[in-house]
Design a protein around this ligand. Sequence first.
Ligand SMILES: [Zn+2]
Length: 249
Amino acid sequence: MFLFQPPPPTRYDLNFSLAGIPVRVHPLFWLIAVLLGSSGDILLLPIWVLVIFVSILVHELGHALAFRRYGQESRIVLHFAGGLTIPEPVSWGSGYANVAHSPNQQIFISLAGPGAGFGLAALVIGFVLITGGSVGTTWLLGLIPLPLNALMPFGGRILNVLVSLLLWVNVFWGLINLVPVYPLDGGNVSRHLILKADPMDGVRKSLWISVIAGVLVALAGLLLLRSLYMALLFGFLAFQSYQSLQGRF
Ligand SMILES: [Zn+2]
């Protein structure tokens, strides 16, 4: 999500592979999942951890399968700041080279992460409706309808919480991830859209958009959603974009 370099391997890493894509889970990933879940009922903590694990994995798998579509294999690392899909260099002549993707391919790869999450949310909604449950709408800032509150006919509170959390993480955080703030997926999309129109000055322009959008989302998170976490996260990302502007231009 927003780390460029993966943390070094540890002996406590969990390693497995999915559809031929190697996945490594750093031990601190579990810590951040527990911290995010610890604000609520302690009995629901395992559900939080499961939902965050599955959701971030599905998101990164979306990126990884998009890379594969363009002939590049990749590996996934889940770490303390989310997830990362790292494309593998492709053998090229006598050595290895990174595949150069066109702006449209970059945009597709960036959208595939949140897209996979929205797909998972759609499957969950389908499951709820087919089994006779219902999905209620929450209005974000009174403007955007989000399908977040599931009511299942069986499974009790645990299943209701599991399904509602899956929807919340995949829909709400999927949308947040599309805000044009670098290096979120939305920031990558806006950078490559602007680069298509303005190859010379596009990176600088996209960084200014990132600073402005980051400050706006930080303020909206703090004042409207009362989320200190969102304010700190987007404040930090806006500052990071501002610093790259100072360093580069
Ligand atoms: Zn992503």
